[in-house]
Design a protein around this ligand. Sequence first.
Ligand SMILES: Cc1cc2nc3c(=O)[nH]c(=O)nc-3n(C[C@H](O)[C@H](O)[C@H](O)COP(=O)(O)O)c2cc1C
Length: 191
Amino acid sequence: MRKSQYKKLSPIFIERWSPRAFSSKPVPEEDLMTCFEAARWAPSCYNEQPYIFVYAKEDKALKEFQSILVEGNRVWAEKAPVLVVVFAKKSFEKNPKPNRWAQFDSGSAFMSFVLQAHMLGLACHGMGGFDPEKAYAVCKVDPQKYTALCVFAMGYQGDKLELPLQYQEKEEPNDRKELAKIVFAEKVGLI
Ligand SMILES: Cc1cc2nc3c(=O)[nH]c(=O)nc-3n(C[C@H](O)[C@H](O)[C@H](O)COP(=O)(O)O)c2cc1C
């Protein structure tokens, strides 16, 4: 059940969800780049934009990116026509201090990408289930400088009946905690 009591809420927030069934229909280059452009405009601490997105959409590269994923994700994500790995830069550009907001900023950029994708009729599904060491190797990213945060699949939503059986029953938008469990006026107290 996906609804809100707040009538002014833009439908985009509850209509977006993360399917596992992807069609292999290619994503137009213009649409893919439009989503990266949305990510580019996300806010970040000191405007550092500490994220990099490494994507694959050609067969050979897609195979390599699929090999980064844990089996439980690979079985459904291998149909997606685009896979993206998100990395966050560990330290600031202007000084060598650790940027402890980099992952927060990368999440913002990811969400901008995802919402823009939704507006273009495309779906995304984030995955923490991947091997970071493989991600650094496949994407040729220096693990001393960057943290591999997430891989996500992008594409047009596909037919749920083409998913492995165990995923078919889970292929529904899920719900959320009540607002009162995550938002507090002035203090939290004992929770
Ligand atoms: C950082 C991150 C990691 C995730 N890891 C996985 C994953 O490894 N496998 C998976 O099937 N879904 C994964 N998800 C998807 C979440 O389970 C999903 O976003 C959440 O249940 C909310 O559902 P919704 O996106 O459909 O609203 C991940 C999402 C995020 C943002």
